[in-house]
Design a protein around this ligand. Structure first.
Ligand SMILES: NC(=O)c1ccc[n+]([C@@H]2O[C@H](COP(=O)([O-])OP(=O)(O)OC[C@H]3O[C@@H](n4cnc5c(N)ncnc54)[C@H](O)[C@@H]3O)[C@@H](O)[C@H]2O)c1
Length: 265
């Protein structure tokens, strides 16, 4: 039984974008095909076949993508999310964009009006299914991230990462407040908030220390008769944990693969 191939457009061709492209191409039987690659920096797509490079994102519709995957920056969803959803399905991995209530409503509205889907991958969050399945029962959710300061873009918080010489709490409060201050670093907090009790009720703690060389994400969710505790410690390069590229690819293939075989869902 032949299946339609899912046509995929990639926006953002950095660490994650390149890895996801490579993983899609690695398995010819997965029923997925990359139909364009876009990055705002021309150098980023050097080496990509010229027929795949999409210089002007406003022409994305000409490529007939069934799914566009943002792996760039939350500003892409602000500028393009609704326009993409007018024509096709969209996955946004820079989930901090959703802390903007107006943008969330715009995306929801465009999706419903045009019959398309907007996907949030679990990304760097472990155990998101357990949090999501019980989202109606949690009374409190706390997400704590620990990172080396050099891996945190502190620009939005007005902090010079190089000046941090000892353990320091950079943020403590609702996830909604952390997202505009650290838009490239707290995507995991944002997806945990979205899956659980929301951006205002999910408590966020972001701690940095130059003594650490790994990234830790820990989630605690409490409800009467139900406690959930999850954590992951991993290496980090730039703003991205070691397991995230494979996690994003897994979400893409869960949605888009039409290949034969046994599939875990
Ligand atoms: N959901 C998660 O759990 C999770 C985890 C890690 C990173 N992220 C996010 O994923 C994104 C990509 O991460 P990365 O490690 O690959 O980053 P990266 O810096 O290696 O690559 C990002 C690429 O996107 C491009 N880009 C940035 N803004 C753009 C724009 N407006 N239009 C087009 N291209 C643009 C950059 O030129 C760069 O090539 C970041 O926003 C990061 O915060 C999400």
């Amino acid at each position: 039984m032949g299946q339609k191939t899912t046509r995929i457009g990639l926006v953002g061709y950095g660490q994650i974008g390149r890895a996801v492209h490579e993983m899609i191409d690695r398995d010819a039987g997965n029923g997925m095909e990359v139909v364009f690659v876009h990055d705002q920096v021309a150098d980023a797509v050097k080496g990509v076949s010229s027929d795949l490079v999409l210089g002007d994102l406003s022409t994305f519709g000409e490529r007939g993508a069934d799914l566009v995957v943002e792996m760039a920056h939350p500003s892409v969803t602000q500028a393009w999310g609704a326009k993409i959803l007018e024509q096709t399905n969209y996955m946004m991995i820079s989930v901090t964009a959703l802390a903007d209530r107006g943008l969330e409503q715009t995306l929801e509205g465009a999706s419903k009006q045009h019959g398309t889907r907007c996907y949030i991958p679990h990304g760097g969050a472990v155990g998101l299914d357990a949090l999501y399945e019980n989202r109606d029962v949690w009374e409190a959710v706390t997400v704590t991230m620990k990172k080396p300061p050099k891996n945190v873009d502190c620009t939005g918080a007005g902090v010079d990462a190089d000046s941090i010489t000892e353990e320091r709490v950079l943020y403590e409060g609702p996830v909604r407040g952390a997202c505009p201050m650290f838009p490239r670093n707290v995507n995991t907090m944002a997806s945990i908030a979205y899956a659980g009790i929301g951006f205002d009720r999910t408590h966020a703690v972001l701690i940095v220390s130059p003594a650490w060389n790994t990234a830790t994400v820990a989630v605690e969710a409490r409800a009467p008769g139900l406690d959930l505790e999850l954590s992951r410690v991993e290496g980090i390069t730039g703003v991205t944990g070691a397991s995230t590229p494979a996690s994003i690819y897994n979400s893409v293939q869960t949605i888009a693969s039409t290949g034969a075989g046994i599939h875990l869902r």
